[in-house]
Design a protein. Structure first.
Lengths: 304, 276
């Protein structure tokens, strides 16, 4: 790790942030140490898709500073090829790189800062990284998944979930809205999409797609393992986001049982977009995360 | 891991500005270092994160020509200290001057080219006129009328509220600890303080009181050219002005996941900066 340079935020004067380059590709990250060093896990925040490490509407910066104030040193960083980090020179897929890169970060943070336990907190693709890192590396003490999508890159799997989401939209919302019927009668809907979705649903009643089933089984098995090992997992979904469909399809009837197991907590949040853009929604999200972190790891903003 | 070698040298660091710390990324020159450095001035608010990829690409292109390049975040933006409600137009002008000093100290170059986008272009224009520190300047879609730009932002914000089921987002309607505080206006997830809102309402690119640099490139991505008056005004101050009207996506408003890069604009700027 290169020599860090530090700063002090005037808004939160007790927090000194360090600009770091980490891992063999020198990924760029900002570490916000806790002003009150305690034996609490560090939080790692990966990118949300292609959004640079500051996060959508600076969400990752705000979360990092709040969590650090609560006692958790927090690193936000750019995966190789995203934000400020240079791209890799190999041909590995993002799926393959993401977990390896999180491993490199933990190595560096452990070596240079003595941090040994981590909670991975991610939104969108970052949520999937958090999910997969939990259970894979013993240093990961917990994970927070916000609107996790895709999970795997298999196109058949993702097409299946997208179709299910559209179908759910038709059956639960459009069918009850006069305006939707009016659009159908007046020809202002995508008939091809509608027919495709209905046909695919009908086909699914008689035949299970092997690829979809394999992906689903793999992901469900990983979730069961996390529950069995009592790895704390907080799942936060925006109401109506496709993240809900992914989770429902992965777990089916098991969803309620697993989320009642104790270590896995699911919260669906109404009236918010995928990236929690509005300040009120960011605040709500931050409070839930702070409460969950306190419940599992004990950090509080007031503690010293 | 030898295949993972970073292919360009980049130094992230914090530097001081009037008691605050700003985050910057210094792109070190590749090959023979030139005697000129380049300062990239990003927009603020949601436009900063949406233009990040284009600025990152431009910085890499210019560094490949042997130029030292600095990108930085204004107070309350990106990784820099504070929140947007700590910011004002005057603080940002001071930030720009601090970034220039930092780039000069790191590069040891006397000649600085400044490339600003949107509000960053307006700040560069003002600081350039006041301080005379830039020998050339690129103004990439500067804001002509601040009030108009704010109205556009407000329209985007209203659309977002509709999408989110009409959540409260004004200081008057927000609950105790949620949303913007009293005296702030929320625009796309950023709480703008009233002082900054007033300053943006009054922002006008024209008139320009003097020459911001001896050489200026105007880059206009609008469907129809809008920078003719600015070009004429700069000429009256003896500035060598070139204009590039390159209709393209307004990347500062486009969602990041689209991964749009305005290649014609980037190439034009690269050629113009390295030609001199």
């Amino acid at each position: 790790m290169n020599a860090p340079e530090s700063t002090r935020s005037s808004a939160q004067p007790t927090l000194a942030e360090h600009a770091l380059t980490l891992g063999p590709t020198r990924m760029v990250g900002i570490l916000t140490p806790s002003p009150r060093p305690r034996d609490l896990p560090a939080v790692i925040i990966p990118n949300s898709g292609l959004v640079p490490r500051v996060g959508p509407s600076r969400l990752s910066v705000n979360l990092a500073r709040r969590l650090a104030a609560q006692g958790y040193p927090t690193l936000r960083f750019d995966h190789a090829g995203v934000g400020d980090s240079n791209p890799r020179q190999d041909d590995l897929s993002f799926d393959q790189c993401a977990l390896e890169e999180v491993g490199h970060l933990m190595d560096d943070l452990e070596r240079d800062y003595g941090l040994r336990r981590f909670v991975i907190l991610g939104l969108c693709s970052g949520a999937v990284t958090a999910f997969k890192a939990a259970g894979l590396d013993a240093r990961v003490a917990g994970a927070i998944m916000i609107n996790a999508q895709y999970y795997e890159t298999d196109p058949e799997w993702n097409h299946h979930v997208a179709t299910q989401q559209i179908a759910r939209h038709y059956w639960t919302r459009s069918i009850f809205r006069p305006s939707a019927w009016w659009r159908a009668i007046t020809g202002r809907i995508h008939y091809r999409v509608l027919i495709h979705v209905l046909l695919r649903q009908a086909r699914g009643l008689f035949r299970k797609d092997a690829t979809v089933q394999q992906v689903k089984d793999r992901l469900a098995s990983h979730l069961r393992d996390l529950a069995q090992h009592e790895t704390p997992l907080l799942i936060l979904n925006s109401e109506g986001d496709i993240a809900q469909d992914y989770l429902r399809i992965i777990l089916g009837d098991e969803l309620d049982r697993l989320t009642e197991s104790g270590s896995i907590e699911l919260r669906n949040l109404a009236d918010t977009d995928h990236t929690f853009t509005l300040l009120a929604n960011q605040e709500r999200l931050s409070e839930i995360i702070e409460e969950w972190m306190e419940k599992w790891f004990g950090g509080t903003a007031e503690s010293s | 891991m030898s295949s993972l070698n970073a292919h360009a040298s980049l130094a992230p660091a914090f530097f001081p500005s009037a008691g605050r710390q700003l985050f910057g990324c210094l792109h070190e020159p590749q090959g023979d270092p030139q005697e000129r450095a380049v300062l990239l001035v990003a927009p603020f608010g949601h436009e900063a994160v949406r233009s990040h990829r284009a600025f990152r690409r431009l910085a890499g292109k210019l560094a490949a020509h042997g130029l030292t390049v600095l990108r930085f975040d204004f107070t309350g933006c990106g990784d820099s200290a504070g929140d947007l409600n700590d910011a004002s137009w005057d603080i940002w002008r001071a930030d720009l001057a601090s970034a220039t000093r930092y780039l000069r100290s790191q590069s040891r170059c006397r000649r600085i080219t400044c490339i600003g986008m949107r509000g960053g272009a307006n700040l560069a224009l003002q600081v350039g006129v006041e301080r005379g520190e830039f020998d050339q300047m690129v103004l990439w879609q500067p804001i002509l009328e601040g009030a108009q730009a704010l109205e556009h932002l407000r329209a985007m914000h209203r659309a977002l509220i509709d999408q989110c089921g009409g959540s409260p987002t004004t200081s008057e309607s927000s609950q105790a600890s949620l949303g913007p505080a009293v005296g702030e206006e929320e625009l796309l997830g950023y709480a703008y303080p009233s002082t900054l809102i007033q300053q943006l309402e009054q922002l006008q690119a024209l008139p320009v009181p003097g020459a911001p640099a001896s050489r200026v490139l105007l880059v206009d991505n609008g469907q129809s050219s809008t920078l003719g008056a600015l070009e004429s005004e700069l000429r009256t101050h003896g500035v060598d002005v070139e204009s590039a009207h390159l209709p393209d996506a307004e990347i500062w408003h486009e969602e990041v996941y689209k991964a749009l890069l305005p290649h014609p604009s980037l190439q034009t700027m690269e050629e113009w900066v390295t030609r001199s």
